[in-house]
Write a protein that binds this ligand. Structure first.
Ligand SMILES: [Zn+2]
Length: 153
């Protein structure tokens, strides 16, 4: 670890997401459905110099331990992300994000005729490919700019 020391103070309990691709922190929060309205303390540091990534973002969410399922979705936009679960100021668990097989209810299908974008109570579902994601309803493939397709919460 030759990355510089984290520039934000330690948290007591919660989740620290480190090594986020530079500039993607706000998209990470969007994917996780964290918009601050629930009152949780969230710290975001963007574009910190990183030996590994050039520049990286860091997100700290206090008082909330994110589940593996939530975190795996992040691999789509921040494949190098590392996760630290913190309790009583100590890191009790370190995880990396894994590519999920599918993502449900996270991305919006760009096909306006897709059943998931019409006024139907159908949640979007995408199969994760090596180079993108494919809608399970209409087979539309999204290869680029996944963050632009994140569903607003
Ligand atoms: Zn679709």
């Amino acid at each position: 670890m030759t990355d510089r020391k984290l520039r934000v103070s330690k948290i007591e309990n919660g989740t620290v997401i480190d090594h986020i691709t530079g500039g993607q922190a706000l998209n990470v929060l969007a994917i996780l459905g964290i918009d601050g309205t629930e009152g949780e303390t969230v710290s975001v540091v963007m574009n910190v110099p990183s030996d590994q990534l050039g520049h990286k973002d860091i997100v700290k969410v206090e008082g909330r331990e994110l589940s593996e399922e939530e975190l795996d979705v992040l691999s789509l936009i921040a494949p190098a992300a590392s996760i630290n679960i913190v309790r009583d100021f100590d890191v009790v668990e370190k995880k990396h994000v894994n590519h999920p097989d599918r993502v449900v209810g996270v991305l919006q299908c760009p096909n306006h005729n897709c059943i998931t974008t019409e006024d139907e109570p159908v949640e979007s579902a995408f199969t994760v490919l090596d180079d993108g994601v494919r809608c399970e309803y209409c087979d539309t493939i999204i290869r680029e700019d996944l963050p632009a397709h994140i569903l607003a919460n």
